[in-house]
Design a protein around this ligand. Structure first.
Ligand code: AMP
Length: 278
């Protein structure tokens, strides 16, 4: 397994066959492992699987959150070796951003709701760094998790709007036994918070299983489950949106997404569920 830290070296690296990229911020867990396995299968034994590990400062709207972001390089490398990753690209901030940089990628529509409305500039930072990674690594395919569903929708839009010839694949969310979506941030939860977090997935599943078509009723249902089973949680948002445009909808009359962000202490967790109209 090669480890490359500079843009120049990455640019010179010889490419053949499918080049599959799994972008991450490190602190790898079983959710990332699933993306890596999906990526490995796509190389069909002849291409190359690249995992990028970079904690991108421009997508953090909260400096403390950026500083506290976990770093576990040794374990990350171990997991990549176990999964037969061909190359890790792990640049420094100086490699990724020059002091004189003044051009970035702005997302104007899909970021208006959900995480985009409460995390100002977050998706512009994501779009900019993903554009840079795509240009530096030049993958044929990139794999993103449905756990960050709005991010996945925005990356698909970015590839279409900026004419990248890259196939974007969405991988299913990997969960702990109690349904909690695995996240690098789960380690910040205390025992009581951890117990209550099962309510996030439970609320979303109950919303999906209910035959209710009125979104306001579904949201009321989800909120009541959070209130009774996760009293330590502070909802950032619980919304139902069109799966493609990320615009809020009134009734389940098209492929929809119920998405939630919730704080436990300072830890902000997100999750979602696809709700179909039939
Ligand atoms: P991150 O390192 O948090 O930026 O995540 C890197 C990629 O892993 C993103 O595409 C995420 O959507 C994906 N991811 C994070 N957590 C999970 C999970 N529990 N299951 C599946 N994919 C995930």
């Amino acid at each position: 397994m090669r480890v490359i830290e500079t843009v120049n070296e990455m640019a010179r690296w010889p490419r053949t066959g499918n080049i599959v990229l799994v972008p991450t911020m490190g602190a790898l867990h079983e959710g990332h492992r699933k993306l890596i396995k999906t990526g490995k299968a796509l190389t069909q034994g002849e291409g190359n699987l690249i995992v990028s590990i970079y904690v991108n400062p421009t997508q953090f709207n909260d400096k403390e959150d950026f500083k506290a972001y976990p770093k576990t390089s040794e374990q990350d490398y171990e997991m990549c070796k176990e999964e037969e990753v061909d190359l890790i690209f792990c640049p420094s901030d100086n490699e990724m951003y020059s002091e004189r940089e003044s051009v970035s990628v702005i997302e104007k529509r899909l970021a208006r709701h959900l995480c985009g409305s409460t995390r100002q500039g977050h998706f512009d930072g994501v779009c900019t760094v993903v554009t840079k990674l795509f240009n530096i690594i030049r993958p044929t395919t990139a794999v993103f998790g449905k756990k960050d569903y709005q991010q996945l929708a925005i990356i698909k839009q970015l590839v279409s709007d900026l004419n990248f010839s890259i196939e974007i694949l969405g991988a299913e969310t990997i969960r702990e036994q109690n349904g909690l979506a695995i996240s690098s941030r789960n380690r910040f939860l205390n025992t009581e918070e951890r117990k209550q977090c099962h309510a996030i997935h439970k609320a979303l599943v109950e919303m999906d299983l209910s035959n209710e078509k009125q979104c306001s009723e579904l949201i009321t249902l989800g909120k009541s489950i959070i209130k009774s089973e996760a009293p330590l949680g502070r909802l950032d948002y619980l919304e139902i949106v069109d799966r493609q445009t990320m615009e809020p909808i009134q009734t389940i009359d098209r492929p929809a997404l119920a998405a939630m962000a919730i704080f436990f202490g300072n830890t902000r967790l997100i999750d979602n569920i696809e709700i179909n109209s039939l």
